[in-house]
Design a protein around this ligand. Structure first.
Ligand code: TRP
Length: 416
């Protein structure tokens, strides 16, 4: 049981932090990819049904477990589960609520660091005048895919990774109300503002204008025209439910942890629903109105639905090229906004992965806040290096390009 007394400063702060927990790279990179791969309008109904019937109830359950644990001074799942039952072994089940966060953080923070690097490169105009192949090569080079090379050590990627971890550690060390809450109060509004700007720019693209071959709204129709025959396809349901789990951050011990700092008398039903709906607003309305409409406008629907074209990395490999069609100033601005919104989305989620790990160290080992934040950062870094070097047993084939390369820091080669 803990002696550390922390809590949220305000209700707005709590809801924004919880929404920041849920709103992440998944909303802007994973959602469009899943929607496209599962037939656009065919995906939306199973997705919304999963949100209402599974997502919202799970949020309520996790908030309730968290607040209950918090009452007994527990802020991570092992203690919470222990406080709920007499059976001794339950607390060990709670270990999953620590390790899931650590393992997700190991690749998530790395992706988040790419977005920071790309904000920087958008500001310096690194993509200006580059062709699609050059921008794709820029990305390959950044992540360390050098064909024919034996040992790739992408110094710049590791540099930005360390900066990103440093920022996370710094915010986490400041504590909940002075760190995470302030970060969410700054990050969430900016992210929504940038998202609205990009969505409006995207949806007003018409065929024949600035290099577009289709109206961008064609992409929107693809996403929003319901296709009822998909309702019998289990694969689509599984993908939809999977996206709901990922995007709401449920089943990971993270929501439990944030909810443990809620005051005993605070309302949780309404706050949980507000945060959940805010995530859906950002995911479906903003996340669904940027990548898909823009790529349909420039490449056409056939290209977008062809397997392998729209994936998690499209945001880095293709978006900077498409922005170039808008002229140098708007291209730079769109780049900063796109990668900036990804960074804010990412960091408010990675903080939510760090907090449960820290709470566990604080509650059970009495390790103070700043040290536990550093320990989290060190774990994430070594997990990331560990994954890389354990895979670096030889050469492997890139699932996107089909090319062979040595394999140190590359994230492509998994099925993601
Ligand atoms: N929900 C986040 C997103 O959409 C991702 C996420 C997965 C997450 N697991 C988490 C966030 C655990 C915080 C904690 O990108």
């Amino acid at each position: 049981m803990s002696s550390h007394k922390e809590g949220w400063g305000s209700r707005v702060g709590l809801v924004l932090a919880m929404a920041g927990n849920a709103v992440g790279l998944g909303n802007f990179l994973r959602f469009p990819a899943q929607a496209v791969q599962n037939g656009g309008g065919a995906f939306i109904i199973p997705y919304l049904v999963s949100f209402l019937l599974m997502g919202v109830p799970l949020l309520w359950i996790e908030w309730a477990i968290g607040r209950h644990g918090g009452k007994y001074g527990y802020h991570s799942t092992p203690g919470m589960l222990d406080s709920m039952t007499k059976a001794k072994w339950w607390k060990y089940v709670g270990v999953f609520g620590i390790f899931t966060n650590l393992t997700v953080a190991a690749y998530y923070c790395y992706l988040e660091s790419w977005t920071l690097a790309y904000v920087w490169h958008s500001i310096t105009g690194a993509f200006e005048g580059k062709t699609a192949t050059e921008v794709a090569n820029f990305f390959n080079h950044y992540v360390g895919i050098v064909d024919g090379g034996f040992f790739n050590f992408p110094v710049e990627a590791i540099f930005f990774f360390l900066i990103t971890l440093g920022v996370n550690i710094w915010i986490l060390s400041r504590g909940l109300s002075k760190g995470v809450e302030i970060a969410s109060k700054i990050g969430m509004p900016l992210l929504i503002l940038f998202g609205i700007f990009l969505a409006i720019r995207a949806l007003t693209l018409d065929a024949g204008e600035q290099g577009a071959i289709n109206d961008a709204t064609m992409g929107l129709n693809f996403l929003w025209e319901p296709q009822f025959d998909s309702l019998t396809n289990p694969k689509v349901w599984l993908a939809a439910a999977g996206q709901i789990f990922f995007t709401l951050s449920v089943g990971m011990g993270s929501i439990h942890c944030y909810a443990a700092y809620v005051r005993e008398r605070d309302d949780i039903a309404l706050n949980a629903a507000s945060a959940g709906w805010m995530n859906e607003f950002v995911e479906v309305l903003l996340g669904g109105s940027i990548v898909i409409p823009i790529s349909v406008a420039y490449f056409g629907l056939d290209w977008v639905v062809a397997p392998g074209n729209v994936g998690l990395f499209m945001g880095f490999r293709t978006m900077p090229v498409l922005f170039q069609n808008w002229g140098p100033i708007l291209a730079a601005l769109a780049g900063v906004m796109w990668f900036g919104l990804l960074f804010f989305a990412g960091i408010t989620s990675s903080l939510a992965m760090g907090q449960p790990v820290m709470a566990f160290l604080q509650d059970h080992f009495k390790i103070e806040r700043a040290r536990s934040a550093k320990l989290f950062g060190a774990c994430v870094f070594s997990f990331r290096c560990g994954v890389s070097s354990s895979m670096d047993t030889g050469r492997s084939r890139n699932s996107m390009t089909g090319q062979e390369h040595s394999h140190l820091w590359c994230l492509h080669c998994s099925s993601r």
